[in-house]
Write a protein that binds this ligand. Structure first.
Ligand SMILES: *Cc1c(COP(=O)(O)O)cnc(C)c1O
Length: 452
């Protein structure tokens, strides 16, 4: 399995040939799932005592397994938040896999860690964070939010120790009632509670609501979370007033920008994010709107030392690493072993430069605006809300959830697009999440035609 032979050479060539085909596939089919029974009938039996060989295994994947996975990079994939990696990023992901790099420590992965840090420093600058800000690429926004919140609680606990003050019976996180489900998930893992603050009529969290929650709960609150682009609507909280309320009480401010913070790359969008520069921690998912492959979340601390104090694992077998003054990414989040998952983004950024990223993000924002105007023009369709970023939520007048679901299934069966119903205030709605620079107005208008 490990020696280099004609057989291993053929295996690598065959796999790379498939990867090349897939990465450069011009009109990649959308594809879609089948039942477990159908896959069992068509694909079971691959794990045997003697192996089925590379040719058969590759063919099984290419012909049977891959076609039952959705192509998230298809321009018609508009559900949830799409992933549309640049070709450079995809190609470099193969290099990361081939290179056996341990991305957890400087000792083992110096060059890779350096390159990842170049990206994190650039992002921190875009978000207005001061020099010295830094972090780590983790698996996804859920792990990023959890890691940031663990650091926030650690800071609050240490402060209590220093002031010889008891910890509260229950620690609390203050966030918007529209915050992403991963905040509640993090709270559950941490065994803390969430105080949801109602949003304004515009769906945004404001500082006055946060201030009231902080006044009511005092020192039990260890973090305030503002969302830089909600998943369902792409709404950006009023971060400046939320930040002011948090700072007033010296509470950690975390910005969940998993989807939306990428929009800060577009100059005219920056005012909508005022206040991000005050954050103690932020996250953004490059696998969402920064054109990196699954899976990568950039977690950035204003003061990385606070992340380090909370997360560094200590053990006799790790002393060689932790007793050095090195920059060790493992020390900054809930993880130890890590793939240098920021490298595909680093490579693509290095190849293309930042201007192309700004333009690619801007495409989504402009297209959302154009298709929203088209929806408003069409009889029988109406916007639920004006888009702020690149998510457009709308309704087909008179349709029930069952109508939407049947339509969605037909759209996928026709291999035209993947759009699933969402809901807002109990009403089923439709939602386009536009990330892919290959998604066009014509494609979206064609989808609207099928709603007639
Ligand atoms: C997607 C998303 C998350 C979770 O990120 P994962 O990478 O899916 O774990 C968190 N917050 C927001 C606002 C998101 O859009």
């Amino acid at each position: 399995m490990h020696a280099i032979s004609d057989a291993t050479r053929d295996t690598v060539d065959g796999v790379l040939a498939y990867a090349r085909r897939r990465a450069l596939w011009k009109d990649v089919p959308l594809d879609g799932p089948v039942s477990p029974e159908e896959l069992a009938a068509r694909a079971s039996g691959s794990i045997t005592a003697d192996g089925i060989g590379a040719e058969r295994a590759t063919a099984l994947f290419a012909d049977v397994l891959a076609p039952t996975t959705l192509s998230i990079d298809h321009p018609g994939y508009l559900a949830f938040i799409p992933c549309a990696p640049s070709k450079a990023a995809i190609a470099f992901d193969l290099v990361v896999s081939a290179s056996a790099i341990y991305g957890g420590s400087w000792l083992e992965g110096a060059g890779a860690v350096f390159a990842e840090n170049e990206v994190l420093t650039w992002l921190a600058g875009e978000f207005g964070l001061p020099e010295g800000a830094g972090g780590v690429f983790v698996q996804g926004g859920t792990v990023g939010n959890l890691s940031a919140l663990v650091a926030a609680r650690d800071v609050a606990r240490r402060r209590n120790r220093e002031d010889v003050r008891a910890d509260p019976p229950r620690w609390l996180i203050v966030c918007s009632s529209e915050a992403h489900s991963s905040i509640a998930a993090a709270a559950a893992v941490m065994d803390v509670d969430v105080v949801p603050v109602p949003v304004g009529a515009d769906g945004r969290l404001y500082g006055d609501g946060v201030a009231a929650a902080l006044a009511a709960h005092g020192d039990a609150v260890f973090a305030v979370v503002a969302t830089g682009g909600t998943t369902n609507f792409g709404i950006v909280d009023d971060i400046a007033s939320v930040a002011a309320a948090a700072k007033e009480r010296d509470v950690w401010l975390h910005i969940d920008g998993a989807y939306g913070l990428a929009a800060m790359l577009v100059d005219r969008m920056r005012p909508a994010f005022a206040g991000v520069e005050l954050a103690d921690s932020v996250i953004v998912d490059p696998h969402k709107w920064l054109f990196a492959p699954f899976d990568a979340c950039a977690l950035i601390y204003r003061d990385p030392e606070q992340g380090r104090a909370a997360h560094t694992q200590r053990a006799e077998y790790l002393d060689t690493l932790t007793e050095r003054p090195d920059w060790n990414p493992s020390d900054l989040a809930v993880q130890l072993t890590r793939r240098p998952r920021g490298l595909p983004l680093w490579y693509s950024l290095a190849v293309h430069g930042t201007e192309q990223y700004r333009a690619a993000v801007d495409h989504g924002i402009r297209l959302a605006r154009e298709i929203a105007d088209e929806i408003a023009r069409r009889d029988g369709l109406s916007l639920v809300r004006e888009p702020q970023l690149s998510v457009v939520v709308f309704r087909r007048d008179g349709w029930s959830l069952a109508d939407y679901e049947a339509w969605s299934a037909r759209l996928l069966a026709d291999q035209r697009a993947f759009v699933v119903p969402s809901s807002h205030a109990g009403e089923p709605v439709l939602r386009f999440a536009i990330v892919n620079p290959l998604t066009t107005f014509e494609l979206l208008a064609g989808i609207l035609d099928t709603l007639a």
